[in-house]
Design a binder for this molecule. Structure first.
Ligand code: SAM
Ligand code: SF4
Length: 325
């Protein structure tokens, strides 16, 4: 499946739910979050049917995200079913890690080959300040469980925020020293609650300088075909790699291979744009597979050439926890 910029769309990110057991300041409001009702979100049967159609159109990688995907009952069973779909070569999950201790072994058995775990700090007080909940020890146990379960690709996602977790930048990198996991620093995106709260990110260049001051030079690393937008580096003596996701640059738009499906079944064409198509409406009015395929192919023709976080275009009213990052 190609868009009009000749980008191959091979990667589908699926939000299983807009609910979450944390309330990260840059993602969700502290309270008053309107939740989708059970009937609003796609059923697992609907998701499975859509993934079959997407796989037929060339999607090779699926990521389950949220909200927090592991709070939706049956997420592991869904993973098993999606992994069995012909053409799906890679199934990954993005999680805050709170429930990973409980589910890591089952996810590994389901054939999940990648876990991205969000972890912004190694200090309990900062964890509580950022996520507005306690439970850092459980999250760290979840990471350990994922390693012990033998999940092949484990990545830590760190959103760097001025005044909240600068002092964690270096200690978090050390997780990649001891284990073969990637630690990736994500530039804060100034959208939704992050913008309203006036949060400011720490620029990737500054994060890199802090790491080089602590560990010496970062050496560019080779990337695999399905590895996404991070620029990756080695540090001498480290088993894992260090990555930077420069969310505010356009450098990865030209090779963007992603589509996003919200929990309510809206197919989003770009993180920063409201463009897309309501697949739930088509599914529930009885569209057959061919009709769905045609609708998807028509929609992807309108995938934006590049994102517009600078704010000249129409911004999507959906929040990060509704889209899944
Ligand atoms: N709950 C899961 C988690 O936290 O990993 C999955 C959903 S979360 C919305 C997906 C990713 O989006 C997380 O890595 C989170 O740090 C990131 N994220 C949320 N809001 C962000 C923002 N304003 N800027 C940059 N990244 C953000
Ligand atoms: Fe929940 Fe993930 Fe958003 Fe934090 S970043 S509030 S864990 S969805």
């Amino acid at each position: 499946m190609l868009d009009t910029c000749k980008r191959q769309l091979t990667y589908l990110r699926i939000s299983l739910t807009d609910r979450c057991n944390l309330r990260c300041r840059y993602c969700m409001p502290a309270e008053g979050v309107a939740k989708c009702s059970h009937g609003d979100i796609l059923s697992y049967e609907e998701i499975e049917r859509l993934v079959r159609i997407f796989a037929g159109l060339g999607v090779r990688k699926v990521r389950l995200t949220g909200g927090e995907p592991l709070v939706r009952p049956g997420a592991v069973k869904l993973a098993t079913r999606l992994r069995a779909i012909e053409g799906i070569e890679e199934l990954a999950i993005t999680t805050n890690g709170v429930l990973l201790g409980k589910y890591a072994r089952a996810l590994a058995a389901a054939g999940v080959n990648g876990v991205n775990m969000s972890l912004d700090t190694l200090r309990e007080a900062a964890f509580a300040r950022i996520s507005r909940r306690s439970g850092l020890a459980g999250v760290r146990a979840g990471l350990q469980a994922a390693i012990e379960a033998g999940i092949p690709r484990i990545k830590i996602n760190v959103v760097t925020i001025r005044g909240l977790n600068e002092e964690d930048i270096v200690p978090l990198a050390k997780l990649a020293e001891r284990e073969a996991i990637d630690v990736r620093y994500i530039e804060l995106m100034p959208i939704g609650v992050a913008r309203e709260a006036g949060l400011r990110g720490v620029p990737p260049q500054e994060v890199r300088q802090r790491l080089e001051a602590a560990f010496g030079r970062l050496h560019p690393a080779m990337k695999g075909a399905l590895e996404g937008p991070a620029s990756l580096y080695h540090i001498a003596g480290f088993r894992g790699r260090i990555g930077f996701i420069r969310a505010l640059e356009h450098s990865f738009c030209a090779s963007c291979n992603r589509l996003r499906l919200t929990a309510e079944g809206f197919l989003k064409l770009c993180l920063a744009s409201p463009k897309g198509i309501d697949l739930r409406a088509l599914l529930r009015r009885g569209a057959d597979d061919e009709e769905l395929r045609e609708a998807i192919l028509e929609a992807v023709r309108h995938k934006p050439r590049a994102h517009d976080f600078a704010g000249r275009g129409a911004e999507d009213s959906r929040a990060m926890y509704e889209v899944g990052g």
